[in-house]
Design a protein around this ligand. Structure first.
Ligand code: CA
Ligand code: CA
Length: 305
């Protein structure tokens, strides 16, 4: 009994939900995906479960569809050990889509197809995806999973800009991995006509939170996270704000974008545009209420003489 009690649980890592304080819905592309990261991720905390919800939203061929796709970005530590499986209690028919993320010049990533699945077994409403058996070209690194209702599929563009399938069609019985038609193809849009939706959970093995050393020190790197939230990376996702804050405190780009850096962002990056003609807090009359006005107020702070 003791051995049983001490046995490691499968998927024993911390959970991640699609919603953050600043963004309630995981997007459908790498630029808008929920990044699985957090302060407790330093050192590579294992990822156990991803959760969220998708809704019935009949929209065909949209780069950023209404909530019929939720994408998560995370670190795969061992491609051969990686699996992601929708929980059987998820109340709608699902598909899972695994993408390799290729960095592109200028920042960001292209999502390239790896594998998809509709049904874990014949008749299953839920999906499970892994790397294609025998594939050796996939290394540890940042990957993305998208969950959709079944029937929603990812597409690239052909040379004339028309949508083309990224994956082979599903088997008649919906089981097995759908493999890429071309591993060089790039996710551009999603198509489908989902009529159901609901809350889902996806159990994950062989993956971790994105480590804090990924995308280090790059102002504007989307891996760096929001300027207004503490994170595990150096820098933040807005180039202008990141440059401003790191000019004040080099720690934010040199070591870690911590809570103090997020506070500096609030103090120096949030700009309230003043309506004409009067804005009492615009002390220097430059049309904005920002840190400059706060500085003027603070420099005059104290007892009247
Ligand atoms: Ca969602
Ligand atoms: Ca979504």
């Amino acid at each position: 009994m003791l051995a049983t009690a001490l046995a490691p649980l499968a998927n024993a890592g911390p959970d991640i939900d699609e919603a953050t304080s600043s963004r309630p819905d995981a997007g459908a592309t790498p630029a808008t995906a929920r990044q699985v990261r957090g302060l407790n991720a330093v050192g590579g905390t294992s990822l156990g479960r991803m959760s969220g919800s998708v809704s019935a939203a009949p929209v065909a061929f949209k780069a950023a569809p209404t909530d019929m796709v939720d994408m998560f970005m995370f670190e795969v530590t061992s491609p051969s050990a990686f699996t992601a499986g929708v929980e059987p209690s998820t109340p709608f028919e699902t598909s899972l889509w695994l993408f390799y993320l290729k960095p592109v010049s200028g920042g960001g990533f292209e999502a390239r197809p790896v594998a998809g699945n509709n049904a874990k077994f014949v008749g299953a409403s839920y999906s499970q995806v892994s790397f294609p058996p025998g594939s050796t070209g996939y290394l540890s690194g940042v990957y993305a999973i998208a969950i959709t209702q079944r029937g929603v599929r990812p597409y690239g563009y052909d040379s004339s800009g028309s949508p083309v399938e990224l994956f082979d069609p599903p088997a008649v019985d919906q089981t097995g991995l759908m493999l890429p038609i071309s591993t060089e193809a790039v996710l551009r849009i999603w198509g489908g006509n989902p009529t159901t939706g609901g809350a889902y959970g996806v159990a994950v093995s062989g993956a971790t939170f994105i480590p804090g050393t990924t995308g280090t020190g790059l102002c504007g790197s989307q891996l760096a996270g929001s300027c207004f939230e503490s994170g595990v990376a150096k820098g933040c996702d807005d180039v202008t704000c990141c440059t401003t804050v790191c000019g004040i405190d080099a720690f934010c780009c040199g070591v870690l974008w911590d809570e103090l850096c997020a506070q500096l962002a609030f103090q120096n990056c949030v700009i309230f545009e003043c309506p004409d003609p009067v804005c009492p807090a615009d002390l220097n009359d430059d049309g904005q209420v920002n840190g400059s006005d706060l500085g003027i107020m603070l420099s005059a702070w104290g007892p009247c003489s």
